[in-house]
Design a protein around this ligand. Structure first.
Ligand code: GLY
Length: 365
């Protein structure tokens, strides 16, 4: 298989933010010293983050902070009612309530903040940033997170859109043919074949509903000084058990940043990422000298190894769900990788914003 990185190597470092100079020295633990003067800034995100990486790059080019760059980027998607995997318009839980998760890390100050099961605030990443800035804590959850948000001046709003409410009502009606809910007249989706794919192909096979959307946005940047930040934000698994928390607000799982090494985050089945401490694994693998693409693929192999439950494996023994990693390192190299072929990721580098194919472990059937 020829990967995107093989191609870039063959084309002498085109893209990939490979331009970096000579001094001072940055030491990756356990790896040869890397000499950096100026890095070509890079913003990388999940495929639903094309506008986000463009915004993040605009902020970096205006001299803005790396954390402000990624947060302003994902705020676009959080506020977008048409992205049903993040923020306002995100698909709700079993009870029809939107519960949001987010985490972020600021590399230069080693800062971290997160919120989980936050209701009523469109932009959980901003609340996570306030947890980082204005508390001695890292993670606030549920009603406590909402009380904190209120105290910081956030309005509490209904996050259901007409579309996300309608999809929840249809899902509830299809849940069982032995309850009292009838499938709404004029439903566009027929029978048990309803397979609402998320915008970038993640999904958890579900016995009654085809594929349950499990979208998210992760966005990571490195600036010209080699400073790094990242953020992950999501409405989590559609129709989840109330209170279910995925990987996105868990520092080390859905996101990890080490300003000496790089940043990594995830989308897809959060339970698999939590069990393998995905974001931290990718960063540690990069610390050992791996290119971001190799690090992401190795972390995905761990997901495969940890997927032992027959209900989570396909007929070939592979995971029957998706996980994607996105990473940048301190040199400005970047990657997106997924378990299965067909995933994409957004990148802004060298004046160009585009969506690229992710590396992968397995072809789809
Ligand atoms: N990766 C998002 C979630 O599982 O909630």
């Amino acid at each position: 298989m020829t990967t995107r990185r093989d191609f870039l190597r063959a084309t002498a470092g085109a893209g990939a933010g490979a331009a970096f100079g000579i001094v001072p020295t940055v030491k990756f633990e356990g790896a040869p010293a890397v000499h950096i003067r100026r890095v070509t800034p890079v913003a990388v995100a999940s495929a639903n983050g094309r506008e986000a990486v463009a915004k993040a790059m605009e902020v970096l080019q205006g001299g803005g902070d790396t954390l402000d760059a990624v947060v302003q980027g994902v705020n676009i998607v959080e506020r977008d009612p048409n992205d049903t995997s993040v923020g306002y318009g995100g698909l709700p839980n079993l009870d029809g309530v939107v519960q949001l998760d987010s985490s972020l890390m600021h590399g230069p100050t080693r800062g971290a903040g997160a919120v989980a099961s936050l209701e009523g605030v469109k932009t959980p990443s901003l609340v996570a940033r306030d947890v980082m800035r204005y508390t001695d804590h890292v993670l606030l959850v549920g009603p406590g997170a909402q009380e904190f948000a209120k105290s910081m001046g956030y309005p509490i709003e209904d996050l259901l859109t007409e579309e996300s409410r309608r999809r929840w009502v249809e899902w509830r009606a299809r849940l069982s043919d032995r309850d009292d809910f009838l499938i709404p007249e004029g439903s566009m989706r027929g029978g048990s074949g309803f397979r609402p794919e998320s915008s970038y192909g993640d999904g958890l096979l579900d016995s009654h509903d085809g594929v349950r959307p499990q979208g998210t946005i992760n966005c990571n940047v490195v600036n010209a000084d080699g400073d790094i930040s990242g953020v992950t934000t999501t409405s989590g698994l559609a129709w989840k058990i109330p209170g279910r928390v995925g990987d996105s607000p868990i520092i080390g799982a859905g996101l990890y940043v080490d300003n000496d090494v790089g940043a990594a985050g995830s989308t897809g089945r959060g339970e698999a990422v939590i069990k393998t401490v995905g974001g931290h694994s990718v960063v540690e693998l990069m610390r050992s000298g791996m290119h971001p693409e190799d690090a992401c693929l190795e972390a995905l192999r761990r997901v495969v190894t940890y997927t032992v439950e027959p209900r989570l494996r396909d007929e070939l023994g592979r995971p029957n769900f998706g996980v994607n990693y996105y990473a940048v390192n301190k040199k400005g190299e970047y990657a997106g990788a997924a378990i299965f072929a067909g995933s994409r990721f957004a990148v802004s580098v060298d004046g160009d914003t585009r969506v690229e194919d992710s590396a992968y472990l397995f072809e789809r059937d």
